[in-house]
Write a protein that binds this ligand. Sequence first.
Ligand code: AMP
Ligand code: GLY
Length: 420
Amino acid sequence: MNVLLLGSGGREHALAWKLAQSPLMETFIAVPGNPGIAEFARCIDTIPLTDHDALVTLCGAEGIDLVVVGPEAPLVDGLADRLIAEGIAVFGPRRVAAQLEGSKLFTKELCKSHDIPTAAFGRFSDAEAARAFVRRHGAPIVLKADGLMAGKGVIVAMTLDEALAGIDEVFAMGASGTEILIEEFLDGEEVSFFCLVDGETVLPFGSAQDHKRAFDGDQGPNTGGMGAYSPAPVFTAEMERRTLHEIVKPTARALADADSAYRGILFAGLMITADGPKLIEYNVRFGDPECQVLMLRLDGDLLPLLHATATGRLEDHDIALKPEAAITVVMAARGYPGHYDKGSVISGLEAAGSIPGVHVFHAGTARRDGAIVANGGRVLNVTAIGSNVAEARERAYDAVARLDWPEGFCRSDIAWRALG
Ligand code: AMP
Ligand code: GLY
């Protein structure tokens, strides 16, 4: 099978590492890829992911059988629709279904009309009406801009003053003329839960917990994610059963019934509350860095699973996960998520990767004069598997210690929840 992988992060390096192990793999191309992905695939960095014509031409020239889309933006932008129209199988939903991530309002209305458990909400186009609503409901309360906000656009206000002050800010974050959402605050523990969905069939791909804050003890600014581990102990078999039954399957059914069947990985961001699982948000892609731990735990071949998802044949497949635990520690450039410098040299990658069970995935790296240098905010994902979380964590931090990159930092407490 000839495969084109789109994206350049640690998520895509982990996907490339797993896909390359498939005996079915023939030609393997990545756009744009990164120095880690280049070990497995031919990387082409001259085509922007927004250039759908050029991607279609590339698929034709290389006889691509399957396009695996890593990030959400091309999906929200309709890339899957275009590829499908050209007869190319694609792992990732069409534009209408990608609204699950592209529009919070779309998702909230879908939940409301199908009784899917989520935070109660109101939608507002007028700041004065929004303030009146906030005064009526009090704090804590959550304000959200609509649209693809790359992890920003949400204010969890713990006081009434904070909420009232945040309203104009959230209006300003969205596109002009758009509405904002005001949501009930959900109390509980957050979990990321992943399912392959081919329209009808839903196969669970395991759970993980992310660490969004930049510094130890969940302090500091929000980031794209500073580390993850899988499985999440709070997500028991009973929670998984309820989430499938009450949230994910009704969502897949609602979209299929509306003639906008979802095909791809569906990432449910959940709050495990005293009343059970509630949906915070959907993403239409693998999590980054959650994907990295899931790839280490996946037992067996990823390629047929992604192809069956894209072609509506998941019914004949199972996802087997190793019982072991996996953890990933994100190494970021000092200053991230604020200002940081690029170009510092990273060494010790081979020594770090030689620890049993450890894989160092590249995110924002580049190759310069034969050396690997930092080229982004989140730079490396030191990922390890072990018989339990404690062992996986020890391996990952042993690997971190072997890296020589003074300009980088990581959290030292990834998986603190799982270890009590
Ligand atoms: P989102 O961009 O929707 O994932 O929101 C970002 C973060 O805000 C989530 O990961 C949660 O930590 C928090 N959050 C969002 N919605 C709620 C809610 N209704 N109650 C409590 N926390 C929330
Ligand atoms: N790590 C969270 C995300 O990928 O959205």
